[in-house]
Design a protein around this ligand. Structure first.
Ligand code: GBH
Length: 491
């Protein structure tokens, strides 16, 4: 292969992998097919239609339950090295427990995994992406400490069914979303608000669930299958709002990233000490005999610490942090403030806003975040499991999305080449337009447009799909200078 005829400083390291991500509830549809039971998202959208844009549901979504072959074709056409999808817990284990495995559920994921491998695409599997079985929610869901064992038992089933072919695992996708955003704001399933209480209980249980699944893999499967396993979280990069807000920004980083990575990746384990201290103090002031942030026992710290083979990062946007003025109203974490830290969350005027309310564009943020991980946790391997841009329009010529990817991938390259961060792969969110939670189908993140009015859910590649494909093919950001396989110069 003569692809290296033009040597560029903008080449990705050899072996660097490109992929695309989706999640079960957002694409599969088939919400009640065969033996599948209800997930908390099925319940949430059916009982609170007004909470979702245009009363949308994921009942059909992209119908990937039936269209999975098309999805693989799209991934294959772009030359992707991996496809990250999630397994629906209630589709595989209808009771939520491992007493019975659904044959159809098993067949669906087996087909998907086998066809990916036949197409030379590596399956990267998220075990949990927000769709808890409703049966377990009825028992308290992520606020019941037993959830760690429920999840671990489900994970064992998943490892034993698919571990011979799946070599990269993400235990939990974004506890920041299903704990903090969900319990602090209440606008996601299960829809219960319990700011600063339920959110922290969920935080701790999520860490234990991840750790128990990791330990099961380590003990029962690793020697046989040799896969890698970790957790992914969504992180805003925090800048100080003014020159005097350095401390506030660092505290916000510890609350955003530290809560989910410190217990796993730091040398000491446990909660980020600064956060643990502040919440204990606040709780005492409120008259509580204990901290609202549940403590880890010594055994639990040990159980969680080191349960990673790499770090999974979902990155979209940045925020600023500043100390709140006395008496100033502090909004919910993580979008508006951190009430427990007396911090106001804001943005920089120079950051361009995407169409959607929470996504401000700051490509340097991803580089800073990657460098921060290296500084905090050492020379770890990092896999970027999500990065993407949203719009309200259906445009096929999605110039803004192309620009977003270009700018972010440039920063990823700088993190690798200038800062020496060991990033080994990158995945876009997302392969196809899909059910964007509370925003329904109004918000589009896809490299491929999906026609949701068409029963076939026809997919059409956007300019960003072609752009991404050319990066993957040339393994470089210098897509125009590369000699293609056939020896012709690409325009
Ligand atoms: C990720 O979440 C998720 O992993 C993915 O499923 C999602 O589609 C994608 O990014 C884009 O959002 O109702 O207030 O929570 C990133 C965090 C979670 C932020 C959903 C926006 C919707 C607004 N996002 N959230 S809210």
């Amino acid at each position: 292969l003569s692809v290296c005829a033009v040597v560029g400083g903008r080449d990705f390291p050899p072996g660097f992998k490109f992929g695309a991500s989706t999640a079960a509830y957002q694409v599969e549809g088939a919400w009640n097919a065969s033996e599948k039971s209800m997930s908390i998202w099925d319940t949430y959208v059916h009982t609170n239609p007004h909470k979702i844009a245009n009363n949308a549901t994921g009942d059909v979504a992209c119908d990937s339950y039936n269209n999975w072959k098309t999805d693989i074709e799209l991934a294959s056409k772009m030359g992707l090295h991996f496809y990250r999808f999630s397994i629906s817990w209630p589709r595989l284990l209808p009771s939520g427990f491992p007493d019975y495995i659904s044959k159809d559920g098993m067949r669906y994921y087996n087909n998907l995994i086998d066809a990916l491998l036949e197409n030379g695409i590596e399956p990267v599997v998220t075990i949990y992406h927000f769709d808890l079985p409703q049966s377990l929610q009825n028992l308290g869901g992520w606020t019941n400490p037993l959830v760690a064992d429920w999840f671990a038992n489900y994970a064992r089933v998943v490892f034993s069914l698919f571990g011979d072919r799946v070599k990269t695992w993400i235990t939990l996708n974004e506890p920041i979303t299903f704990c903090d955003i969900s319990y602090n704001i209440g606008n996601a399933a299960p829809g219960h608000t319990s700011p600063g209480v339920g959110s922290y209980i969920c935080n701790k249980n999520a860490m234990l669930a991840h750790a128990k699944a990791y330990r099961i893999y380590e003990k029962e499967f690793k020697s046989k299958y040799n896969g890698k396993i970790s957790i992914s979280n969504q992180v805003f990069w925090f800048e100080p709002h003014t020159k005097s807000d350095d401390k506030a920004a660092e505290k916000a980083r510890q609350l955003m990233a530290g809560m989910y990575y410190h217990p796993i990746f730091s040398k000491k384990g446990g909660w980020p000490p600064v956060i643990e201290r502040i919440i204990a103090k606040k709780s005492k002031k409120e008259g509580l005999p204990y901290s609202r942030l549940p403590a880890f026992t010594k055994e639990e710290i040990k159980l969680v610490k080191g349960t990673y083979d790499f770090l999974g990062l979902n990155f979209y946007t940045s925020r600023t942090a500043r100390v709140a003025k006395p008496g100033e109203q502090i909004g919910s974490w993580p979008f508006y403030g951190a009430p427990d830290l007396d911090i106001i969350v804001d943005v920089k005027p120079k950051w361009k806003k995407s169409d959607i309310w929470w996504l401000y564009i700051n490509p340097e943020g991803i580089r800073n975040q990657l460098a921060w991980f290296k500084k905090e946790y050492g020379d770890i391997e990092i896999l970027i499991t999500e990065n993407g841009f949203a719009s309200y329009n259906d445009d096929i010529n999605d110039k803004d999305r192309v620009q977003y990817y270009k700018d972010h991938l440039e920063q990823v390259l700088l993190a690798i080449k200038e800062d020496g961060v060991r990033v080994t792969g990158y995945s876009v969110w997302t392969l196809i337009d899909n059910f964007e939670w509370g925003d329904g189908y109004s918000v589009k993140f896809g490299l491929h447009h999906v026609n949701f009015d068409d029963p076939k859910r026809t997919r059409t590649p956007r300019a960003s799909a072609d752009y991404y494909a050319s990066i993957v093919k040339s393994h470089s950001l210098d897509i125009n200078n590369k000699i293609t396989d056939s020896g012709t110069k690409k325009i």
